[in-house]
Write a protein that binds this ligand. Structure first.
Ligand code: IMP
Ligand code: MG
Length: 372
């Protein structure tokens, strides 16, 4: 069975943590979109790791391989850094890392252009927009161009990756391997940042929905599409955020949740769970099941406010501008590991989103993830 783990909202929902946990049961973990704008945080043996480009694979599973797909834009220097770090922890692991030569390259100038032109979006300035603009404008440079000897920045890094044992292979070359294995597709960012269905123009530039998997050349069935959401909401960057908190209330939640960007260190905007937005994201993103994280952060609250409706249910991304959220207070919990205590929150989420909650997470350790 192939599955996907996608960000249901604005990213940073804990996809890395969930993917790392689930990856022990899979043969392949595939990143199919985005670039080093992503910051996937993983905790292993009490240590914290952040992957920007590498899938959130638990390489302790000796059978798992990582694949960076054609839908990505890859900064070779950053990838080399991450592979060197992975090698330090797991010598020889490079041979289990694969890159699709059809993926496009983020060049140093893309990052420079990003800094000058995308400040109003709140971009991470990792060169993502300009790299995708070159791709769509049919003047982009792919990894295969570097392999074939096109002399551009990044050439030395790709060469080093090759000599370390990283594989550069197209999906068609691996067709049999993919068919005989189980694949976990790890999305980057979240549905509300999707280039087609996110809250335009406050979006990233890649396909964050289930459609991104097929767009990156994987013609396989995906049986389950997990959307990851937090028990509250966060966002980095500009644009509408209907349930945003301000002032002291925001500071408190931000501190409790440790809500600072994994890639940029920016303080994240924080607010309550937004069910109309989650319902929209589940429909647009192809989400079949939900995984809700960070329940522990809200432990001890007598009641948890949740936005259950807007004046008008959003039908398209333009409907997120100037909405008026209505809140319902859900009975709180003191210990989220005690599932009956969180049952009212789970039913509110299922009713509001129209999708079943399958797992919740109450902390950064694998043992904190519970099937519900
Ligand atoms: P860009 O993709 O770096 O151009 O950023 C565009 C928007 O998406 C900005 O609001 C970023 O903060 C946001 N964004 C991009 N990647 C992530 C992510 O991995 N997590 C959360 N927000 C992101
Ligand atoms: Mg992140």
């Amino acid at each position: 069975m192939n599955i996907a783990v996608l960000g249901a909202m604005w990213g940073d929902e804990g996809k890395g943590h969930i993917t790392h946990y689930l990856s022990t049961k899979f043969g392949w973990v595939v990143r199919f979109n985005g670039g080093a704008n992503a910051g996937h945080t993983i905790y292993r043996d009490g240590k914290k790791f952040v992957h920007n480009l590498l899938p959130s694979v638990d390489f302790r599973n000796p059978n798992v391989k990582a694949f960076l797909g054609a839908g990505m834009v890859i900064d070779p220097e950053q990838l080399l850094k991450e592979v060197i770090e992975a090698e330090r922890e797991y010598p020889g692991v490079s041979k289990r890392i694969y890159v699709d030569p059809d993926a496009f390259v983020v060049m140093p100038e893309h990052k420079e252009i990003d800094k000058k032109t995308n400040v109003h979006i709140g971009s991470t300035h990792r060169g993502i927009g300009p790299a995708y603009a070159d791709k769509i404008g049919r003047r982009g440079i792919r990894i295969q161009d570097i392999i074939k000897g096109k002399h551009v920045a990044g050439e030395l890094h790709v060469d080093s990756l090759f000599h370390m044992g990283v594989n550069f292979k197209h999906t068609m070359e691996l067709d049999k391997e993919f068919k005989n294995s189980q694949i976990l597709f790890e999305g980057a960012q979240g549905i509300l940042l999707d280039i087609n269905h996110g809250i335009y123009p406050y979006v990233s530039c890649s396909d964050c929905t289930v459609g991104g998997i097929h767009a990156s050349g994987f013609n396989v069935e995906v049986s389950r599409v997990y959307g990851v959401a937090k028990a509250y909401t966060t966002k980095v960057g500009e644009g509408p955020f209907p349930t945003e908190l301000h002032g002291k209330a925001a500071d408190n939640l931000r501190e409790l949740g440790g809500e600072y960007g994994a890639t940029t260190g920016r303080p994240r905007r924080v607010g309550w769970l937004d069910l109309p937005a989650l319902r929209y994201a589940c429909r647009k993103g192809g989400i079949t099941n939900l995984i809700v994280t960070k329940f522990d952060i809200l432990s001890g609250m007598e009641e948890v406010p949740v936005c259950t409706e807007y004046e008008k249910a959003p039908m398209c991304s333009a409907d997120f501008f100037d909405v008026k959220p209505t809140y319902t207070n859900i009975p709180g919990w003191t210990d989220c590991n005690d599932i009956p205590q969180v049952a009212p929150m789970l039913s509110a989420i299922e009713q509001g989103s129209g999708v079943e909650v399958t797992y919740i997470s109450c902390g950064t350790d694998a043992k904190d993830i519970h099937m519900v």
